[in-house]
Design a protein around this ligand. Structure first.
Ligand code: AHG
Ligand code: MN
Ligand code: MN
Length: 365
């Protein structure tokens, strides 16, 4: 570019199309340009607010039993319309569609699979708060015995993603993307319509003093999560010997974006509020792409007991516990789960002890 700026198209051509690669990425940059077009269209629709005529409930329920807002459906349709025609996709999965969306016969079919959450944090719409979109791209494994079934083609561990990203619709609209060579942020230049690279190779600080969790669920958490959060709240008078800060925006996109910008931990852990649910967030189009972005930026993402990117989904809309962010904090929370599972955490979680107890052994760092 003559002005020295890198647009999304230039970035994708330089990063994907002009690189020698052992894995074919043919067509991926074109697909990501279509995803970016969806995001620009959604951004324009959201900016209109109540004037856009899309506020309120759609009076329908999605596959998770959640009431759909009109904008959940509008944004879903925008993704479908921008991406179904290009001949690059074999199918799509969305939070707002019960089944795999098969590419209509009128269009050619390709080798990529797109999973997306078209509107994340949609409860924030009514309060003009931050929302986002999340997406994940896989490539059909033609060698797999069940390659012919688009349904099972989606059931792959997150480390197989060839691209993942999100859009954040805040004061500025940003696209944050990884194709496996770091996590990069692009800001939408609204009057021109270009995404411009503004945050190259984002790195998450390994340590942090900020955590995000819906504390109203505390009584349903497992002991290792209660232990971690209690220690954060104890601050400088507790075993962490420093004060922590807490945030909760009710949009995973907004939480992950903050963590990518300045570190921290986000948790939607396993809890016993709804015992049959393994977690709140969905693996294919929330946890998996966000974990990819976090790991590509030097952070960690776990269920508490294993790496999220190693979880092989059994169902399209499977939920999973999520703990992600600054490496050293996530490693600590994983150790707390491990100690709990081994029964080795009793000195730290027993109600007989608190941070001032004479009997509390020195906590390992
Ligand atoms: P969605 O709007 O796509 O259903 O996702 C909302 C998710 C996630 O983004 C956020 O972290 C969480 O739900 C908020 O949950 P609470 O209602 O417990 O705050
Ligand atoms: Mn969501
Ligand atoms: Mn959603």
């Amino acid at each position: 570019m003559q002005d020295g700026r890198t647009t999304l198209s230039k970035f994708l051509i330089d990063t994907l199309d002009r690189q020698p690669s052992t894995v074919s990425t043919s067509g991926l940059s074109a697909l990501l340009v279509d995803v970016a077009a969806s995001i620009k269209t959604i951004s324009a629709a959201l900016t209109k607010g109540a004037l856009g005529g899309h506020y309120g409930s759609a009076h329908t329920v999605n596959t998770h039993g959640e009431e759909q807002k009109t904008l959940d459906i509008v944004t879903n349709d925008i993704f479908v319309q921008h991406c179904e025609w290009d001949g690059l996709l074999a199918g799509m999965v969305s939070e707002e569609m019960d089944d795999v969306y098969a590419i209509p016969a009128a269009y050619p079919r390709g080798d990529y699979l797109l999973a997306f959450d078209p509107l994340d944090g949609s409860s924030n719409i009514d309060i003009n708060g931050v929302v986002g979109s999340i997406f994940s791209v896989l490539r059909v494994n033609r060698d797999a015995p069940d390659a012919a079934s688009v349904d099972t083609a989606f059931l792959r561990a997150g480390h197989e993603q060839v691209a993942a990203g999100y859009a954040i619709y805040g004061p500025a609209t940003m696209l944050v993307l990884s194709v496996g060579n770091g996590t990069h942020g692009f800001t939408l230049e609204r009057d021109v319509g270009n995404f411009v690279l503004t945050h190259s190779d984002i790195r998450i600080p390994e340590d942090s003093g900020e955590f995000a969790i819906n504390a109203s669920n505390e009584r349903f958490w497992e002991p290792p999560v209660r232990r971690y959060v209690q220690e954060c709240k104890d601050g400088r008078s507790g075993c962490r010997a420093r004060d922590f800060n807490m945030r909760w925006i009710a949009s995973m996109v907004a939480e992950v974006h903050r963590i990518l910008m300045r570190g921290g931990v986000f948790m939607y852990p396993r809890d016993f509020k709804t015992p049959e649910m393994e977690g709140r967030l969905r693996l294919l189009y929330e946890a998996s792409p966000m974990s990819f972005l976090i790991e590509q930026a030097g952070g960690c993402a776990i269920t508490g007991r294993e790496r999220i990117l190693d979880v092989v989904p059994e169902r399209l809309h499977q939920r999973v516990p999520v703990i992600l962010g600054s490496k050293n904090e996530v490693v600590r929370i994983r150790r707390y789960h491990d100690e709990y599972d081994r029964g080795a955490d009793k000195p730290y979680t027993s109600p007989l002890f608190n941070e001032r107890s004479l009997f509390l052994p020195e906590a390992p760092v």
